[in-house]
Design a binder for this molecule. Structure first.
Ligand SMILES: NC(=O)c1ccc[n+]([C@@H]2O[C@H](COP(=O)([O-])OP(=O)(O)OC[C@H]3O[C@@H](n4cnc5c(N)ncnc54)[C@H](O)[C@@H]3O)[C@@H](O)[C@H]2O)c1
Length: 484
C-alpha cells in the first residue's frame, strides 16, 4: 500500500515520516514550493523533536519524497491523506477552502480507486462536502463517480511529542460510513495501522460524522480542563489557597486523573483556540448552545493577560522606561509554533504600555519575529522596543521584571543568584508555575505564580515588592521610579 500525504505541515510531515518509518512508500505534497524545496534538500521547515532525523533516515532509504506536483502525488498513493490547515475564519467557523480545493484537485486527477482519508480537523459534514467536490469533478470528466471513498481519521498528536504520539497512540479513531467501499476501506485502514494494534486493538471504529466530532470533543474537553484550573487558580489567589495542592488533591480521584490539570497563563497553539470556536460555530448553526465551550475560550482570553494585569498592579499602567524580560515565546515547549501563543498578546500589551521587552526562546525566536511583525504591522515604533536575545541571562540584563511564559526544560532550574545580579529588580511573574514560591522568597526574590498563595507577596505597590525582594537595590529603584 502506497501513501500520499497532502499538506506537509506539522501533521502531514509527522504522518509521512512515521508511515515511511513503518515501511510504507510515502509521497508528501505541498503547494508551498519553498517548503518542498527545503524538504528535498534535507531541511525541515518546522521544529519537532526527532522529525528531522526520521525524515533524513527514510529519505536516504528511499521511502519518502516530497513534491509540489499534484499529478505525481495523486498517482502515487493508494491512500491519500488530507492534512492541510483549517484555520478559523472571522466568525470563528473553520475555513475549509484548503480542504475543498484539495478535494477538487483529487477529483480532477483521479484515475482508479483511491481511499481518501481526512486527517485535518474539520466540522461534521465535511467528508460529505469533500465527496461532493470530487464527484463534481469526476462527472465533469465523464468518469464514474464511485471510484473512491472518503473517510475520517482525525489526528490527536501533540506538537512537541508528535512522533511519539503517532508511533504510540492512545487510540486511533477511524470513521467509515456504510457503502460499497466500506469493507475495503476498513481493511486498508486495518492494514495501515496494523503495527499499532498488534498487542491489543487501539483502533476505535465509528461512522464518519462521529469521528469528525470526536476530535472537537477531545480538544474542547482538554481546553475546558485548562480554563477550569485557571479559574480555580485565580480563586486560590484571592482566597490564599495553593492551586498546586488542589491539583494534586483532585488529580488523585481516578475519575479526574492527574493529566492536564496545570494552571498557567492561558493556552494557545493551532488547535484549542480555533477548534473551540469552530465547535461553538457548528453548534450555533444547528441551533444548539455550547455554553461550557464558549466560557472556556472567554476564560482563556482573560488568562492570557493575567500577568500584564499583575505587572500593571505592581508598577502602574504606564510602563514607559520599564524593561520587561520574557522567557519562552512558543505556545508550549519543544515546538517553534507561535500560532495563538499567549506571548504574542502579552508582548503587544507590554509594548502598548510603553515597556521595552527583551525575550529569549531556545527555538521559536525566528517564528516569533515573524508573528510579531504580522501582529504589529504598521506599528513598527512598537516593534522597535522589542528585542530577541541569544540567551536567557542576556534577556534579564537590566530588567525590572521577568515573565515566564513557556515551560522549556532549561528554565526549570535557573541560576537565581545570577538572575538577581543582572536584573534591575528581581521580580518574577511565573506564568507556568515552575518555581517554588517559598524558595524564591528565601532568596529575596519577589515572585508571583498562578494560584500559588500570592497573598504572601503583597502587591500593594511595586515599591513594596522591591523592599521585600532586596533592600540593597533600593537606590536603583529610586532611579528607576524617577523615569517611571
Ligand atoms: N498542529 C497540530 O498539533 C495538529 C494536531 C491535530 C490536528 N491538527 C489539524 O491538522 C490540520 C493541519 O494542521 P497543521 O498544524 O499540520 O497545519 P500547517 O499549517 O502546519 O500545514 C498545512 C500545510 O498544508 C499546505 N497546503 C494548504 N493547501 C494546500 C493544497 N491545496 N495543496 C497542498 N498543500 C496545501 C500548506 O502549505 C501547509 O504546509 C489542521 O486541520 C489542524 O487543525 C493539527
Amino acid at each position: 500500500m502506497r501513501i500520499t500525504v497532502i499538506g506537509s505541515g506539522y501533521v502531514g510531515l509527522v504522518t509521512g515520516a512515521c508511515l515511511s518509518d513503518l515501511g510504507f512508500k510515502v509521497v508528501c505534497l505541498d503547494k508551498d514550493e519553498t517548503k518542498i524545496r527545503a524538504l528535498q534538500e534535507g531541511d525541515v521547515p518546522i521544529y519537532e523533536p526527532g522529525l528531522k532525523e526520521l525524515l533524513a533516515k527514510n529519505r536516504a532509504d528511499g521511502r519518502i519524497r516530497f513534491t509540489t506536483d499534484s499529478n505525481e502525488a495523486i498517482e502515487h498513493g493508494d491512500v491519500l491523506f488530507i492534512a492541510v490547515g483549517t484555520p478559523a475564519t472571522e466568525d470563528g467557523s473553520a475555513d475549509l477552502s484548503h480542504v475543498l480545493s484539495v478535494a477538487s484537485m483529487i477529483g480532477r486527477q483521479l484515475k482508479g480507486f483511491k481511499l481518501i482519508v481526512n486527517k485535518s480537523t474539520v466540522p461534521v459534514g465535511t467528508a460529505d462536502r469533500v465527496r461532493a467536490a470530487i464527484e463534481h469533478e469526476l462527472s465533469h470528466r465523464g468518469m464514474p463517480t464511485h471510484v473512491f471513498d472518503v473517510i475520517s481519521n482525525p489526528e490527536f498528536l501533540k506538537e512537541g511529542a508528535a512522533i511519539d504520539d503517532f508511533m504510540r497512540p492512545d487510540r486511533i479513531v477511524v470513521g467509515i460510513d456504510e457503502g460499497i467501499h466500506q469493507a475495503k476501506s476498513q481493511r486498508m485502514m486495518g492494514d495501515l495501522y496494523a503495527s499499532f494494534n498488534r498487542h491489543h486493538s487501539r483502533t476505535v471504529w465509528m461512522d464518519v460524522r462521529s469521528a469528525e466530532l470526536t476530535k472537537y470533543a477531545a480538544n474542547a474537553m482538554l481546553a475546558a480542563r485548562i480554563s477550569f484550573m485557571n479559574e480555580m487558580a485565580n480563586l486560590s489567589d484571592a482566597l490564599g489557597a495553593d492551586i498546586d495542592h488542589i491539583r494534586r488533591g483532585i488529580g488523585a480521584d481516578s475519575r479526574i486523573g492527574h493529566s492536564f490539570l496545570y494552571a498557567g497563563c492561558g493556552y494557545g497553539g493551532s488547535c484549542f483556540p480555533k477548534d473551540t470556536q469552530a465547535l461553538v460555530s457548528t453548534a450555533q448553526a444547528h441551533g444548539q448552545s455550547m455554553s461550557v465551550v464558549q466560557a472556556t475560550e472567554q476564560v482563556n482570553q482573560r488568562q492570557k493577560l493575567l500577568l500584564v494585569d499583575r505587572l500593571v498592579k505592581a508598577m502602574g499602567p504606564d510602563l514607559s522606561g520599564r524593561r520587561i524580560a520574557i522567557w519562552g515565546l512558543a505556545f508550549k515547549p519543544n515546538t517553534d509554533d507561535m500560532r495563538e501563543a499567549p506571548s504574542r498578546v502579552v508582548i503587544e500589551h507590554l509594548l502598548l504600555r510603553g515597556a521595552r521587552v527583551t525575550a529569549y526562546d531556545p527555538i521559536a525566536g525566528h517564528e516569533a519575529m515573524k508573528a510579531l511583525r504580522q501582529d504589529l504591522a504598521g506599528r513598527e515604533h512598537l516593534l522597535a522596543q522589542f528585542a530577541l536575545t541569544d540567551s536567557d541571562m542576556q534577556a534579564l540584563e537590566g530588567a525590572d521584571a521577568l515573565m515566564v511564559l513557556t515551560e522549556w526544560k532549561n528554565f526549570h532550574n535557573p541560576d537565581f543568584d545570577g538572575m538577581k545580579s543582572v536584573m534591575r529588580k528581581p521580580f518574577i511573574l511565573d506564568g507556568r508555575n515552575l518555581y517554588n514560591p517559598e524558595a524564591l522568597s528565601e532568596l529575596g526574590m519577589a515572585y508571583q505564580g498562578i494560584g500559588r498563595r500570592n497573598h504572601l507577596v503583597p502587591l500593594l505597590s511595586f515599591d513594596s515588592v522591591i523592599e521585600l525582594a532586596d533592600e540593597a537595590k533600593l537606590p536603583a529603584l529610586a532611579h528607576g521610579m524617577a523615569h517611571a
